[in-house]
Design a protein around this ligand. Structure first.
Ligand code: ZN
Length: 319
């Protein structure tokens, strides 16, 4: 429980902060989704309030309360739907921050996906972030800085998260996800050092969709429009996974481009090499560019609430 895979530099930094006793009022953990920012935020919170050594001891009163999900002084705030609203912050952060911790060193507020705070919500915590009571610690996590007011960012100490090595991901998969060694090796080469991506790749449904996207791309190479429209069923059945499907398509096309112009060592989806080679032979560079443009149009149409069926049909037929 709470074993950390990778994050060596960040762990060193946490230890330095704790042993020096110089804990900032607010930290901002930044890095793409899937790199373990929330997990590390929880770990750091546990370290800060742990009363034994080495921290976190996982056995003191504070650690045990945290692990059981009942810590009275550590609060989690996350988006409801697509945003963190001002009322949520008023009810959790602002109403609580000025009251002393119940039985801990620090009262800690972990704001997950902080970039999803509305502007009003961000403004509402500015003053608390700027002049927090001594007992308060904020940990904000964000996959990107866009969306955060510069005044919020400047009040936080930023810690950047980057992707891990394939070895770390492999170790993580074997020990935490019970994946066998050869499969873990394959998955880690596709996961690009991202724990979240590795998790996804172990998911049966995701894995099956990922394989089918390869077939869909093959069918897009066909001149026969009715054959291309056959893929509509796939998009219809997997509507809720559309964001994943678009990511997978773009990742395959990137690889196909590499196969055309460079060597196969540099592709990401190594486990799909055979299928990617077929696509690479069937599609010219011009056609690949055409597909990328159509995917961009599809993303735009789906965001603009164009009827789903129409958006997909246009995508399948325009190429
Ligand atoms: Zn402890």
């Amino acid at each position: 429980m709470y074993k950390i895979y990778g994050h060596k530099n960040i762990l060193e930094l946490f230890n330095k902060i704790i042993t020096s006793g110089r804990i900032s009022n607010a930290y901002l953990f930044v890095g793409e989704s899937g790199l373990g920012k929330e997990y590390m935020a929880k770990y750091f919170a546990m370290m800060v309030n742990c009363i034994k050594s080495p921290k976190p001891c996982l056995s003191c009163n504070s650690c045990v309360q945290f692990i059981s999900g009942n810590h009275p002084d550590i609060f989690f705030i996350e988006p409801e739907g697509n945003s963190i609203k001002v009322d949520t912050l008023r009810n959790t952060v602002i109403s609580n921050a000025y009251v002393k911790p119940y039985n801990s060193y620090k009262k800690i507020f972990i704001l997950k996906e902080a970039e999803k705070m509305t502007e009003q919500a961000q403004n509402s915590i500015l003053k608390t972030l700027e002049e927090p009571p001594l007992h308060v610690l904020f940990i904000l996590t964000a996959s990107k800085m866009d969306g955060l007011l510069p005044t919020i960012v400047s009040r936080c100490e930023t810690i950047r998260f980057t992707s891990e090595s394939d070895d770390v991901i492999e170790d993580y998969l074997i020990n935490e996800k019970n994946v066998d060694a050869s499969e873990a090796k394959k998955i880690s080469s596709v996961a690009c050092g991202n724990y979240g991506k590795a998790d996804l790749l172990t998911d049966e449904k995701y894995s099956s969709v990922r394989h089918k996207v390869g077939d869909v791309l093959c069918s897009l190479a066909s001149h026969d429009k009715s054959l291309r429209l056959d893929s509509f069923g796939f998009f219809d059945e997997n509507r809720e996974m559309m964001d994943d499907i678009i990511d997978i398509m773009l990742s395959y096309i990137r690889d196909v481009m590499i196969l055309k112009f460079h060597d196969e060592e540099r592709i990401i989806n190594k486990d799909m090499l055979d299928k990617l080679k077929v696509i690479s032979n069937d599609l010219t560079g011009v056609k690949l560019n055409n597909i990328i443009n159509e995917i961009e149009d599809l993303i735009f149409n789906l965001k603009s609430n164009v009827n789903y069926q129409m958006a997909i049909e246009k995508f399948l037929l325009s190429i």
